[in-house]
Design a protein around this ligand. Structure first.
Ligand code: NAD
Ligand code: UDX
Length: 464
């Protein structure tokens, strides 16, 4: 079996950074180089202040502190990284296409193709290329074609090794994964490559959790896992709307069904809607793939998960408007949370962005407090939608550094992210700062409703 001594990871993002840090930690004998075209990102990974790493994940800075410049290196020299490596992970972004064929649904594979072409150009000896990015099923075929047509005689084995970590718990998930999936060809060299990658993970993941499959099953399993997870959230969110009409309580319903071991308790937390860089993108991609094979019913089935999620975000904004005497014009709405979930500074596809956008349509004034998200990120998220001018956004949306500042003279508080600290705030002080009636819209069902109502708040939940 080929022993891996040098790994290169192209893409120093949310996946590449933490994944390679853990691989380096658990394999001190392997040199791991993470490379990226984004010089600012690489500089931040190399920066002295570990509190300013480009990605915030609990436990990450400690691992980077232990491995950086020992066997973990960050660089912009992509060609050197490729040249030195026996195994190359491609962990670049695969966003939804914003142009041309498949616009709004298909995955944009331009960054993947650029990586493949650079590998083909630079490689002088045989390499194992690992798809770490989430890719449409059968992408390995295209990669193989690009890599094999270089004419320089170098042999490439292509593996699919999708990543299942969730943000906010990335380190925890990497240290103790439910499973590691490795797809590759069922040829002699394909098997050798799968075994080489298995041994990298085998230094800390129990063997029975490392699953080897054919490459297409591996690629498709990643899209399937995300589709199933998101589908559970849309299912419980669909029920939340029905609960609000019928006096059933969505948390009680979730508990009751979750105790059925066939259903299971996880991923049944009703919310203002799922966000994050993966669920929507990957389901849209799945929808596109199904359509491209003429499977319209399959496409329609999965598309409904997205339709329901959009409905949930709009429903939350509509409730804020309705309970504010049908107008939020000029009213101050304090947003608690902007990140798409707690314990991350990532805001991609966060429900907060869309709820804010709907409220801006109604000319609300929004004051945002999030413990980890920067002011510029919040403005950039709203400007990216292209529905309101930059001037309007900057005049109507304020970002503050304290929750108590956010609620001064506010008509309502809306909880968009489930940060633990929101529960422990001095809610009596918050009540005193707000205009009356003081409404709280708990989009995450985390606050102590009875306690808040005792203080005088009017509390609105999801699915209650
Ligand atoms: P990201 O945007 O945080 O990072 C991608 C990085 O790749 C960027 O820093 C970018 O500069 C770099 N890059 C792009 N093209 C490059 C090139 N040609 N050469 C060198 N660097 C290049 O993305 P991410 O969140 O880490 O996601 C990466 C992949 O992993 C995606 O396919 C995503 O679907 C998948 N994934 C993400 C998560 C998650 O939670 N974020 C989880 C599982 C899987
Ligand atoms: C997801 C998958 O969980 C992970 O396996 C994959 O690798 C990447 O995509 P991530 O997007 O980081 O991970 O976070 P996740 O915990 O799945 O949450 C996604 C969204 O769903 C968040 O907005 C979260 O708040 C929401 N959510 C999650 C709910 O609304 N209810 C739940 O019960 C669970």
């Amino acid at each position: 079996m080929k022993e891996i001594k040098n790994i290169c990871c192209i893409g120093a993002g949310y996946v590449g950074g933490p994944t390679m840090a853990v691989i380096a930690l658990k394999n001190p004998q392997i040199k791991v180089n993470i490379v990226d075209i984004n010089a600012d990102r690489i500089a931040a990974w190399n920066g002295d202040d570990l509190d300013k790493l480009p990605i915030y994940e609990p436990g990450l800075k400690e691992i980077v502190a232990e491995t950086r410049n020992k066997n973990l290196f960050f660089s912009t020299d992509i060609s050197k990284g490729i040249d030195d490596a026996d195994m190359i992970f491609i962990s670049v972004n695969t966003p939804t296409k914003t142009y041309g064929k498949g616009k709004g649904q298909a995955a944009d594979l331009k960054y993947i193709e650029l990586c493949a072409r650079q590998i083909a150009e630079v490689a002088k000896d045989d390499k194992i290329v690992v798809e770490k990015s989430t890719l449409p099923v059968r992408t390995a075929e295209a990669l193989k074609s690009i890599l094999e047509n270089t004419g320089n005689g170098v042999k490439f084995e292509i593996l699919s090794n999708p990543e299942f970590l969730a943000e906010g718990t990335a380190v925890e998930d990497l240290l103790a994964p439910d499973r590691v999936l490795i797809g590759g060809d069922n040829t002699v060299t394909g098997q050798e490559a799968k075994d080489a990658l298995t041994s990298v993970y085998g230094s800390w993941v129990p063997k029975d959790r490392i699953l080897q499959t054919n490459v297409w099953s591996s690629e498709l399993s990643k899209l399937t896992a995300n589709a199933f997870l998101a589908q559970r959230i849309s299912s419980i969110n669909a029920m939340s709307a029905l609960c609000e009409e019928t006096e059933a309580d969505v948390d009680e319903v979730a508990k009751a069904i979750g105790m059925d071991t066939r259903i299971g308790a996880k991923f049944l937390k009703s919310s203002v809607g799922f966000g994050g860089s993966c669920f929507q993108k990957d389901i849209l991609n799945l929808v596109y793939i199904a359509k491209s094979y003429g499977l319209q019913e399959v496409a329609d089935y999965w598309e409904q998960v997205i339709i329901l999620n959009d409905y949930q975000k709009r429903r939350f904004a509509d409730k804020i408007i309705r309970e504010s005497y049908n107008t939020v014009n000029g009213k101050r709405i304090a947003f608690f949370g902007w990140a798409f979930k707690k314990d991350t500074n990532d805001t991609r596809e966060s429900a907060a962005i869309y709820v804010a956008d709907y409220l801006l349509d109604e000319q609300a004034d929004i004051v945002v407090y999030d413990p980890k998200v920067s002011t510029e990120q919040i403005y950039a998220d709203l400007e990216y939608l292209n529905t309101h001018s930059a001037e309007e956004i900057r005049s109507r949306v304020k970002v503050v550094s304290s929750p108590y500042e956010a609620v001064e003279k506010a008509h309502a508080v809306a909880v968009l992210t489930e940060w633990d600290e929101f529960v422990t705030y001095d809610w009596e002080k918050i009540y005193d700062e707000m205009l009356k009636p003081a409404n709280v819209f708990d989009g995450r069902n985390i606050l102590k409703k009875d306690q808040l109502e005792g203080l005088g708040f009017k509390v609105f939940n999801i699915g209650k």
